[in-house]
Design a binder for this molecule. Structure first.
Ligand code: NAD
Length: 275
């Protein structure tokens, strides 16, 4: 084996025909150290048997979409999984059985499905994050830090804007930012959260963590955490213009996982933001 091949990271993609899956295919192929070794889809997908590269619009890769994820996990050093909660729980078991590392990005898992990931992490290394963007994870760490430094004279407001099709508010990322602020300040988030104001809502409660959600256009995702005191204001802002940022973060996690011992890791570990 050449030094280059030894350094290479063999990547499998579960849910390879999905929006994230196709992006991950394109980014893995364009990545200097990673090589695609397989992709799987749900059994009844009409993409089964199609060429992975053709699917992603990048020409033939000579690999077909599989209905059985087993061979993908066997061939891969790391599998990127952006599928469905049930599929991700099942894939965690396969990662444990084969020793492949796992980047688990699927959201909406219930307690039992999250437990399946936790159990599998006793046998293999897993990065689990509901938002894999490097910038958003940095924003979370900064929010915790700033909230810890600025006292309760600074009112905390979390503002987010998303496209007109989003059905939930505030966004999961906005709530994660509010929780990061609460943990930095050493208070209970759910006690302090103020999730909606309308009409005569009264004066601002001291120490509240307020939320506001805007909807419109095709905005991929914008978040701001505002710390407002008398006479000064600190604002932390992140603006996403494309979902590619999640795929880039997933690839960064895949590279970071190389050689890691079994365990459940987060993007804070990948980005060394724990301090
Ligand atoms: P999508 O519906 O476009 O893609 C999901 C794909 O998974 C589909 O092609 C589906 O057929 C496939 N799939 C379902 N069951 C499967 C199985 N058993 N085996 C193999 N493939 C299976 O959705 P999407 O927008 O790509 O998002 C997928 C998931 O990733 C969602 O839960 C979404 O919320 C999450 N997500 C997370 C992040 C992050 O940063 N962590 C970013 C974007 C999306």
């Amino acid at each position: 084996m050449t030094a280059g091949a030894m350094n290479e990271i063999r990547v499998g993609i579960a849910g390879c025909a999905g929006r994230m899956g196709r992006m991950l295919l394109r980014q893995t192929v364009g990545h200097g150290r990673c090589v695609v070794v397989g992709g799987s889809e749900r059994e009844d997908s009409d993409t089964i048997g199609r060429d992975l590269g053709e699917l992603a619009g990048i020409g033939s890769l000579g690999l077909a979409v599989g209905r059985d994820p087993g061979p993908v996990f066997e061939a891969a050093d790391v599998v990127l999984d952006f599928t469905s909660p049930a599929a991700t729980a099942c894939h965690a078991g396969l990662a444990a059985a084969t020793g492949a590392a796992l980047v688990a990005g699927t959201t909406g898992l219930d307690g039992e499905q999250e437990k399946a990931i936790g159990d599998a992490s006793a046998k293999t290394a897993i990065v689990r994050a509901a938002n894999m963007s490097v910038g958003v994870n940095l924003l979370l760490a900064l929010t915790r830090r700033v909230a810890a430094t600025l006292g309760p004279d600074f009112d905390i407001e979390v503002l987010e804007m998303h496209h007109r099709h989003k059905v939930d508010a505030p966004s999961g990322t906005a709530l994660a930012l509010g929780r990061a602020a609460a943990s930095g300040r050493g208070v209970d988030h759910d006690d302090m959260a103020d999730r909606g104001r309308d009409g005569i809502s009264g004066e601002r409660r001291r120490g509240a963590i307020g939320y506001a959600a805007l909807r419109g256009g095709n905005v991929a995702g914008e978040h701001a955490v505002i710390f407002a005191a008398d006479d000064e204001r600190v604002e932390l802002v992140h603006k996403a213009t494309d979902r590619e940022i999640f795929a880039r973060g997933a690839l960064a996690a895949a590279v970071w996982l190389r050689g890691k011992p079994p365990g459940l890791y987060s993007m804070a570990d990948v980005l060394d933001l724990r301090a």
